[in-house]
Structures are given as C-alpha cells and as structure tokens.
Design a protein around this ligand. Sequence first.
Ligand SMILES: NC(=O)c1ccc[n+]([C@@H]2O[C@H](COP(=O)([O-])OP(=O)(O)OC[C@H]3O[C@@H](n4cnc5c(N)ncnc54)[C@H](O)[C@@H]3O)[C@@H](O)[C@H]2O)c1
Length: 265
Amino acid sequence: MGRVSGRSCIVTGAARGIGRAIGEALINEGADVCFADINGEQAQAVCEANRERATEAGAGVTWAKVDVTDRDQVRAMIDKTVETFGKLDVKFNNAGVNKPMNFLDVTEDNWNFIMGVNGLGCLIGMQEAARQMIAQGTGGKIINTASIASRQGFDNVAPYCASKWAVVSLTQSGARDLARHNITVTGFAPGVVATEMWEQVDRDLLDIGAAERPGQAMEEFSSEILRGRVATPSDITGTTTFLASPESDYMTGQVVMIDGGMTLV
Ligand SMILES: NC(=O)c1ccc[n+]([C@@H]2O[C@H](COP(=O)([O-])OP(=O)(O)OC[C@H]3O[C@@H](n4cnc5c(N)ncnc54)[C@H](O)[C@@H]3O)[C@@H](O)[C@H]2O)c1
C-alpha cells in the first residue's frame, strides 16, 4: 500500500521539470495521476512513459492539454480526470513561467504574462479544483508551487517574485475559505532547482546584461545554499508526496521551504 494509494491527482506544468517529478513520485506511491501541461504533446509523452510504472504500482495515468489561465480548459482537464479516475482528491498548481528583465525595463506585457500564469493560473486552478471537491463532498488537498521568490524580492525578476508572493497569499486565503469544506491548501517553495526553467533564466540574464557568461547567474544565485548544491527535482518530491498524503492532514495555509537553507524564513 503506497502513501497516496487510490488518490486521484492532477499536476499542472507536468510535461517536464518539477511537475513531472511530482507526478512520477505520486505514481510510485500508488496515486492516479493526470499529467497536465500547455505542451499537450509532451504531457502525453510523459503519461505514456509512465504507464508501465503505474501498472506496477497499481496506479492509473492520464494527461491533459491545458493553459492554466483559461478557465474552460481547466474545467475540461478536471472533467477528464474525474471521468478517468472517478474523482479528484489532490490538485497541484505547479505550472509557472519566468522572463527576467531589469527592473526599470519591466513592461506591462512582461508583468501580465508572468502574473497571468503564476498568479491568475493558481487562483483559477484552486477555484475549479475546490468546486469539484465540494461537489463530491469528499474534501481534498490543493498544493501550490511557491518559491524562494515568495519570500524575498530578487533583482531582474520583479514580476516573478510578485507572482510567487501572490501564490503564498492565495494559499493562505484559500486555506481560510475552503477549510469548512474539508479542503486543505498548502504550498512548497523550492530554491534553485536544475530544470529547463533555470537554463532559460540563465540565457535571459545573459541577454539582458545581468551576467557575463553562461552559468554565472546560477552559480552566484546559489552560492549561499547551506546544503552546498542546487536541487534536482527529486529533492522536492519527498515533501510534495507528503503534502498529498494523509500524513499532512493537519496542515493548512502553510508554505514549506525546500531550498537547501538558502532563505531562513
Ligand atoms: N526551477 C526552479 O529553480 C524553481 C524554483 C522555485 C520555484 N519553481 C517553480 O516550480 C514550478 C515548475 O518549475 P520548473 O523549474 O519545473 O519549470 P519548467 O519550465 O521546467 O516547467 C514548467 C512547465 O509548465 C508548463 N507551462 C507553462 N505555462 C503554462 C500554462 N499557461 N499552462 C500550463 N502549463 C504551462 C511548461 O510547458 C512546462 O512544462 C514553477 O511554478 C516554477 O515557478 C521553480
């Protein structure tokens, strides 16, 4: 019996990186998982790559193409998951984007793009998951991906930081509002995780003149990690599976830092 056996879970931003690892770790512990992403082709490929693992673990897999900023698409993703697994127990709002710009150069488009996916996408994901859980009468768990950028404002990524602070406040507001429906809302806050997002951020920081050579930004950014190295997605999944499991039932409104000791807040 796995730690999340029989739980029906959706993970957004699951075509790669942290989201994919969250989904795969849930499968290993017996959960049914919908891998959802704006890149539908890649989400489907990840789903198929996990089919055998799921069968061995007694779990199910499916996938959905979704833009988390589009409410109709979010509803369709939830409907597909419920049709496939019979219910929704756990919803990870993990999809996220970044596009570094110097503070004085930040445009309305840059702000709206990042706040749209990271902020509004999280709100819509929470609302629609909660509506499904309320209709089922089962309660459930909503788990949001925050960041060290939810705790400190960093230079060259101001809208990203604002959007990740928004994730913390949505987690707190949602926890208060949804408690009466037996829905808990928690979050986790990674530090520097070696994924394609960081590779792109590194390139973007070079492009805007905030770094002089590839890899410099990541090196400088992570020089104060007490654990002495950047994270891999597998460093994150012990906590995410815990948050999806009954072991975390008494937690709500909290965001857990998983940053190797980079920000002590
Ligand atoms: N990598 C890090 O160092 C780090 C640190 C802290 C927090 N995070 C957060 O973790 C989450 C995952 O990050 P990652 O490093 O795996 O990033 P990633 O870029 O590797 O993966 C993000 C995934 O989200 C998908 N996505 C983007 N916009 C979407 C949309 N509108 N709708 C649906 N899917 C969309 C992308 O297609 C991609 O597959 C993000 O919320 C990110 O902000 C990452």
